[in-house]
Write a protein that binds this ligand. Sequence first.
Ligand SMILES: [Zn+2]
Length: 102
Amino acid sequence: MFYIGQEVVCINNKGFRYPTSLKQGGKYIIQGIQKTCHAIIVNVGIKRTRGSGINCATCNRQVTTDEFHWFNSNRFAPIESIPASHEIAVKKLIEESQTILN
Ligand SMILES: [Zn+2]
């Protein structure tokens, strides 16, 4: 399950190349989530350059009319981030090893 503010990677950009610029392997931040008739769709901050809305890929019902592209959430996977505590531990280890070397 995705949440707003989460960092994700695009794992499937089929049908969304230029000019949409959804890049396979590209990193994005989830900026909106909606459950529609047939999918969970996400907004990753890419604005539409044409069209008056987004339609459901399954039943063609219009699901949004705002200025953003909304993609099926299955096009993305979460990026695991290193917990802050781990980062602090590594920093401390580096500091300690530098003290020994000096
Ligand atoms: Zn539908």
